[in-house]
Ligand binder design. Structure first.
Ligand code: IDP
Length: 160
């Protein structure tokens, strides 16, 4: 590894986990949180939020040209979601493993232990979200949560 830093064993990573409207309204939240804790994640911050079309479209901007986009936005705005910052070593990859493949219908066959197999329905209504890389995780966390240290830095700067 580069630079002799302390990277490696014990170093925490963050990812964004979202319990989507079907999971939240289907009362899967407690079960999913049990799994999260069981697998050693720390839930750093959490927030229940009702997305409007604008926020949902921004969050899924990379899919804006896809045929399923409008349906996806309708789904994501159909009820409240629970957004969480999940932290552990290798959090991004571990959370993606735990939620399973995008298509919840297929997940039931190929990854029966996954969260999407447990509470998802199909390729769209798949119950949970997980960031797909370290970079998207940090971007998505910043999208939903104000990061206190930089806020403080800005306020301090303003006071001077
Ligand atoms: P991911 O959530 O597993 O990373 P992405 O390809 O980033 O999958 O897609 C984002 C979300 O869009 C999926 O979780 C799912 O809800 C929805 N989605 C993806 N592909 C399709 C599709 O082909 N039809 C309908 N919905 C889809």
């Amino acid at each position: 590894r580069c630079c002799g830093s302390s990277k490696g064993s014990g170093e925490k990573e963050r990812t964004l986990g979202v319990i989507k409207p079907d999971g939240f309204s289907g009362n899967y939240t407690e079960r999913i949180k049990e799994v999260i804790v069981e697998y050693g994640f720390n839930i750093n911050k959490e927030m229940v939020i009702q997305l409007d079309e604008e926020l949902a479209a921004k969050f899924y901007a990379e899919h804006s040209s896809k045929s399923f986009f409008s349906s996806l936005i309708k789904y994501m705005t159909s009820g409240p979601v629970l957004v969480m910052i999940l932290e552990k070593e290798n959090a991004v990859a571990h959370w993606r493993d735990l939620i399973g493949p995008t298509d919840a219908g297929k997940a039931k066959l190929t990854h029966p232990q996954s969260i999407r197999a447990m509470c998802g329905v199909d390729l769209e209504k798949n119950c949970v979200h997980g960031s797909d890389s370290h970079q998207s995780a940090e971007r998505e966390i910043a999208f939903f949560f104000k990061e206190t240290p930089s806020d403080e830095a800005v306020e301090k700067h303003d006071e001077l």
